[in-house]
Design a protein around this ligand. Structure first.
Ligand SMILES: [Zn+2]
Ligand SMILES: [Zn+2]
Length: 125
């Protein structure tokens, strides 16, 4: 009897995706567990306290926003509640947008060197 196997390639792909997802989850579980061991279960921003019943709302934030930077002494981790964590990332996203605010200060900064140059040239004459 020939076995009717559906789509082996998709099966394989599914397995790869599942493996990658599990590896990420395990890594996340790893540093989260470590951070929860190191730090008191309190949000670093709003000081809300957590216990086993609501611990899933306490998340690990990476201070340098690099999730691959996980020193075991916890120096890159901060425990934040879901809301403060959200806030933190929004502030971080708004920071690079400062390019639009920089435009206002730039003309003033570029004017002065030219003024200096002009006065220097005059002194040479
Ligand atoms: Zn909070
Ligand atoms: Zn974060």
């Amino acid at each position: 009897m020939p076995r009717q196997k559906g789509t082996p390639d998709l099966d394989r792909l599914d397995r790869i995706v599942a493996d990658a997802r599990r590896a990420r989850d395990e890594r996340e579980q790893g540093y989260r567990a470590q951070a929860l061991k190191l730090y008191p279960w309190i949000c670093g921003r709003c000081a809300r306290e957590f216990d086993r019943s609501n611990l899933h709302e306490l998340t690990v934030h990476h201070k340098d926003h690099n999730h691959d930077n996980n020193p075991l002494d916890g120096s890159n981790w901060e425990l934040l509640c879901l809301y403060c964590h959200d806030n933190e990332h929004q502030r971080y996203l708004e920071q690079p947008g400062a390019s639009s605010g920089q435009r206002e200060t730039r003309p003033a900064a570029t004017h002065t060197p030219f003024a200096d140059l002009a006065s220097l040239l005059k002194q040479d004459e």
